[in-house]
Design a protein around this ligand. Sequence first.
Ligand code: HEM
Ligand code: NFK
Length: 261
Amino acid sequence: MSKALNYGSYLRVDELLQLQTPRSSGPEHDELLFIVIHQVYELWFKELLHEIEYLQRLLCDNDAGRAAHTTRRILAILKTVVAQLDVLETLTPLEFNSFRGFLESASGFQSTQFRELEFILGYKRENVMGHMDDVEDALRRLRRRFEQPTLWDAFLRYLAMNGYAIPTEQLERDVRCPVQASPEVQAQLVEAYRHNATVSNVCEHLIDIDEGLQEWRYRHMKMVQRTIGIKPGTGGSPGAAYLGSTLKPFFPDLWAIRAHL
Ligand code: HEM
Ligand SMILES: N[C@@H](CC(=O)c1ccccc1NC=O)C(=O)O
């Protein structure tokens, strides 16, 4: 007879705790922290993708109420993933150096789920798939995400459903292209901010999400500056200088209209 379900069997804790495999000799004390925090990030990335997909469906269903609730959860997770960088910042440069050599060319460049997050939010770049020497399944998942509509596409559909004159070329855009600023969309957003509290509230939620991801990028960059200074990255980038170049909005129209309100 099968055993009764318990905490360990429901959460498969034994398997989970076998997944931290330091590579340094010894192993170095601080490598476990480095592994644990990355694995925690990948679990949060999985949950963020799950909630953003749901938010896409809610916008396409014109369900602003549930969209607000789901956004609150997404924002709480983003605050958590930003805050947990404080834990990593307890890793001093010398402690990181004690095992950095064992990382070889492994890098966050190869985080499939982070690229999925960029894609679902509209920052699509086909070249990032070149960094992936992941297992076939991850690449298949990433290519599928590249071909799918983004959260911004769902938001444009939501605006159109609420009577805003979103240009057809925007509603029928090639979703494999990165989200671009649109003066026509901006004009409709200004109208929404001035006359429709429900729609402008959805806009504010999207800009909160955009800001939360940019906040993570900024904190990650500062942590990198603290930990490796101006050293180049294991993934082949110039390091912190490259990370500074990624501090860009996902939804440019929502930021541009501030000048017109
Ligand atoms: C000591 C800690 C860390 C250092 C020194 C560090 C350093 C770097 C560097 C230098 C890059 C640029 C690519 C490269 O040349 O490797 C990078 C990219 C990246 N890192 Fe980290 N990182 C650290 C921790 C983390 C953590 C905890 C995460 C969480 C998942 C993370 C996720 C990423 C991602 C997603 C990228 C790609 C960013 C982009 O292309 O916009 N990193 N990291
Ligand atoms: N790119 C980092 C190495 C690093 O942090 C890392 C290595 C393996 C897996 C994830 C990592 N996090 C971010 O790049 C570095 O240049 O030190």
